[in-house]
Design a protein around this ligand. Structure first.
Ligand code: FAD
Length: 456
């Protein structure tokens, strides 16, 4: 057994979960986290207050035995509630029926739960206010800076896991020290701002509780996810600049007029709109791709550090948890201490899937933006729904990504896009879907489906 600890940089969602996986193997784990302990201080966990947890993330949380605690605080969302400009509502299920749903969970609550769970193992410790500023890959050590004293020290490990998010210091060190390192970020022209709908009297919900609410408006949209306490966290996805943008809404009057015109039915519930719009920051949205994700046996990247994605498939955290599950399986397969073999196997399995979910999330942004109001697209959604309810083994692209964790993202992307192209073509050719022979459509879809390699 290794004597020096496994160093994990970042006690976020991925870092804390990975610590639990490693703790179960009896490994000594030391986590270095740049922020203070959010369980002791009143800080938000960072970006976005709640997140959609779905089957890929659930699988990993089940594996480490924390899923029941997580689900106790979750709110089920079996579909989207679409809000038209005139206030008309339309519920669109995510899966074939209400047995398929995604879950709204508190980011901070989940992060705290995972940290507490990790610390319940004697072989795990989390060091807060300790920012990793550099990595020495030759010696498997990191340099950390104490937030208060700004003193730097070197910490020696047996290997280093970079779970330090989109601006990863571990990835930056790889980029600085490895010849030919590839790294790119594609920024969207849209950013996001969080707003909130507080609970009504007696902690009741102002809007339908069990739905992800969307106000799609072409080039921009507002969404709202329920929280267990009766509130909703809303996110406005909106261009940074241009005629209708964060930049253009530069007075309280313009903000009010814009919201009343576009999101009229939400305005009575957005009771702190002016204050929140003025004070909450505008977040940037980008897709990060990099290669390699590993430095021989010395270091490996997990989560957003390896593949930050835009949030339009609700998969960033789920993909990060899937990284942890697969990395754990690779360590099991190659044996503790055989880091190089495990990391290579992990990279081989995950890089292609990290790229795929990055692409899928951007594609979904344009789909939501451009297609939701398109009648052929709506016809296609109805057809997909009919197929899912008729044929057990047919899964729409959304279902492949969200509800089929045994299918890797890269396959979900390829198969899903082929299915979409076929269904859009068929829907264009007919005036109503009843004109299509469902069995023939199913046969054509089945022909697209090659043998799917199952994911570990
Ligand atoms: P993080 O959560 O960013 O954690 C990184 C940790 O490392 C942090 O604690 C940070 O303080 C620490 N750290 C950073 N630098 C250092 C350093 N130098 N030294 C020490 N510690 C450091 N995903 C979903 O699955 N579903 C959703 O619905 C969803 N919605 C989203 C909505 C928005 C608006 C955004 C922006 C993202 C959303 N995501 C969603 C994505 C999700 O938030 C991320 O994919 C997830 O947080 C990644 O986890 P992580 O642990 O890799 O990174």
């Amino acid at each position: 057994m290794e004597k020096a600890p496994v160093i994990i940089v970042g006690a976020g969602l991925a870092g804390s979960l990975m610590a639990i996986y490693l703790a179960k193997k009896g490994l000594l784990v030391e986590i270095f986290e740049s922020r203070p302990d959010m369980r002791a201080t009143e800080i938000s966990a960072g970006r976005s207050i709640n997140l959609a947890l779905s089957d890929r993330g659930i699988l990993a949380l089940e594996e480490v035995g924390v899923i029941d605690k997580v689900m106790a605080e979750a709110v089920k969302m079996p579909g989207r509630m679409l809000h038209a400009k005139d206030g008309a509502l339309k519920f669109a299920p995510y899966g074939k029926d209400s047995s398929q749903y995604i879950n709204s969970i508190s980011r901070g609550g989940l992060n705290q739960l995972l940290m507490t769970e990790a610390e319940s193992y004697q072989n795990v410790s989390i060091h807060f206010n300790q920012k990793c500023v550099d990595v020495n890959f030759e010696t498997s050590s990191i340099i950390v800076e104490d937030y208060e004293t700004q003193q730097q020290r070197t910490v020696q490990g047996c290997t280093i896991i970079g779970g330090d998010g989109a601006n990863s210091a571990v990835r930056n060190a790889m980029e600085n020290q490895m010849d030919g390192y590839q790294s790119s970020v594609d920024w969207l022209e849209h950013g996001y701002k969080e707003l909130s709908i507080p609970p009504m009297e007696n902690a009741t919900f102002a809007l339908e509780k069990n739905a992800l609410h969307i106000w799609p408006r072409g080039n921009y949209m507002l969404i709202a996810l329920p929280n267990a306490d009766g509130s909703f966290t809303c996110t406005l996805f909106f261009p940074h600049t241009g005629p209708v943008s964060f930049e253009s809404l530069d007075t309280p009057q313009k903000v009010q007029a814009f919201f009343e015109e576009q999101f009229g039915d939400a305005v009575p519930y957005l009771v702190n709109l002016q204050e929140e719009f003025a004070n909450n920051p505008v977040g940037k949205l980008g897709t990060l791709k990099c290669y390699p994700w590993i430095h021989s046996e010395k270091a490996v990247l997990i989560g957003d550090a390896a593949h930050a994605v835009v949030p339009f498939y609700g998969q960033g955290m789920n993909a990060s948890f899937e990284d942890c599950r697969i990395l754990n399986a690779c360590i099991d397969e190659h044996g503790v201490g055989n880091w190089s073999a495990a990391y290579n196997a992990y990279q081989q399995l995950r890089k292609v899937n990290g790229d795929a979910i990055g692409d899928l999330a951007v594609e979904n942004f344009y789909e939501m933006r451009d297609h939701v109001a398109n009648p052929i697209f709506r016809k296609k959604r109805t057809l997909e729904h009919l197929l899912e309810n008729t044929y057990e083994d047919y899964h729409s692209k959304y279902s492949l990504v969200t509800f089929q964790p045994q299918i890797p993202y890269s396959i979900a992307k390829n198969l899903g896009n082929q299915q979409d192209a076929l269904l859009m073509k068929l829907c264009k050719e007919v005036t109503q879907i009843e004109d299509l022979d469902l069995a023939t459509v199913y046969a054509q879809l089945k022909a697209l489906k090659d043998e799917l390699p199952l994911q570990k």
